[in-house]
Design a protein around this ligand. Structure first.
Ligand code: FEO
Length: 422
């Protein structure tokens, strides 16, 4: 193992000269996590979109090297980042010495480089869950030396003890976590992660408000559809002996890992709050006027209003607010007999995420056919959101009386919210 920075840089240069790592960059160094574990992942500073999820702070693809008598790589990275990962591996050991790879999750941001990695490093074994083997083969065809591990199976690799636990549908059918007994470290794949590129590798080095914001956003946009499975998984993982959680995105939780586990339990419960999220778009300002009047009513009724015009807010920001809300008010003008496209987009996204325990209402302006509100009512019903009103439609531009109706509806929404959280 290479311990000094100077030796690591020399080693990287030698591997680069031999063509065994493509990137020769002294800044790509591994970061020590525990006695046996190094972070060897990649930083994607420029990522701004992750399958529909807006990632203002970029992301990390975490991979970990476990160094015992033999070397095991836990997870990999998105395909374009393979050589950055290998450069970090090369700051610890000869990449050719990686004997085992564990694939906790087969989504492309972690397995994208796996076929090329297996070709290059020729590990003795690549371990994945039973569903992980199927998923990797469905993505890439045959993968050399791929072997399934069962739920709860223990393996000794390089004199260290690993055990594997399926976390199906958190958030894919193949998902599993891996426990390294000697270091009491849980490799948790996507769970407990966040999209955050940073120079710091540990959560205790990062501002707590950023951690809260990005972890909540990750839960809302990735895990909300499976929130019902979270309590059982937390209960099961709670029976394992770990003191560090190392997810596949974002920082490592080495101090108080119970904090993020507790936040997951709270988010999974989706207890209603007195916050009404008012989401809308507008053509000529009329629906915007209605949204503002509705917000005034909510506030004057003693509840919290969060106004989210879709020209300013992404669908993933809306989902994040909805996770900790009690009501969704959705507003759209009628455009060609339909809901406005940006509103249709966010409603499709929310329908998939399936937020729970919300009440709701629809509103919007129209010219000669007011279909948008009735269409939105149907979408709220499909989402299981309890509507407190049949919705407000206003032709062309709302007059004073129409805006008073919006304010009264806001007060009604606030009263209903307060009753629900009492
Ligand atoms: Fe980070 Fe589900 O992939």
């Amino acid at each position: 193992m290479i311990s000094s920075v100077l030796t690591a840089a020399w080693y990287q240069r030698r591997l680069f000269a031999e063509g065994r790592v493509v990137i020769m960059n002294g800044s790509f160094k591994a970061v020590r996590v525990t006695d046996h574990v190094w972070w060897v992942g990649a930083l994607d500073w420029n990522l701004r979109e992750f399958h529909g999820y807006t990632t203002e702070r970029g992301t990390t693809y975490n991979a970990f090297l476990v160094v015992g008598d033999a070397i095991t790589l836990i997870d990999a990275v998105k395909a374009p980042f393979k050589d950055e990962m290998l450069a970090r591996v090369a700051s610890v050991c000869d990449p050719d010495d990686v004997r085992y790879i564990v694939s906790n999750h087969s989504e492309m941001d972690h397995s994208g480089c796996l076929p090329a990695l297996v070709d290059q490093l020729k590990p003795e074994k690549v371990f994945a869950s039973v569903n992980g083997v199927k998923a990797l083969e469905a993505h890439f065809g045959a993968v050399d030396h791929l072997e399934a591990v069962k739920d709860g199976q223990e393996l000794g690799l390089g004199g260290l003890h690993f055990s594997f636990y399926e976390t199906r549908m958190l958030h894919w059918p193949d998902s599993m976590v891996t426990l390294l007994a000697e270091d009491k470290l849980l490799f948790s794949q996507d769970a407990f992660g966040m999209h955050l590129a940073s120079g710091e590798r540990f959560a205790d080095e990062i501002d707590a408000s950023i951690l809260e914001q990005e972890a909540r956003k990750y839960f809302a946009n990735i895990l909300m559809p499976f929130a019902g499975l979270v309590p059982r998984t937390i209960q099961r993982l709670g029976g394992l002996d770990f003191k560090i959680i190392a997810p596949d995105h974002g920082p490592i939780w080495r101090e108080e890992p119970a904090h993020i586990v507790g936040r997951y339990a709270a988010w999974a419960a989706q207890r209603p709050t007195t916050k009404a999220v008012i989401v809308y778009d507008t053509m000529w300002g009329s629906t915007d006027m209605m949204a503002h009047a509705l917000a005034e009513g909510v506030i004057s009724g003693g509840a919290e209003a969060k106004l989210m015009p879709l020209r300013e807010h992404s669908r993933s920001a809306v989902a994040t607010e909805v996770l900790e809300a009690g009501a969704l008010a959705i507003g759209s003008p009628t455009l060609n007999n339909q809901v406005f496209p940006t509103v249709a987009d966010v409603m499709t996204y929310l329908l998939g995420l399936g937020p729970k325990n919300l009440i709701g209402v629809a509103f919007g302006s129209y010219g000669w056919s007011g279909n948008a509100v009735s269409l939105l009512n149907g979408q709220l019903d499909a989402m299981g959101i309890e509507r407190i009103h049949d919705g407000l439609s206003v032709q062309y531009v709302p007059n004073r009386a129409a805006l008073d109706d919006c304010r009264r509806l806001g007060v009604q929404l606030a009263e209903a919210l307060k009753v629900r959280v009492r």
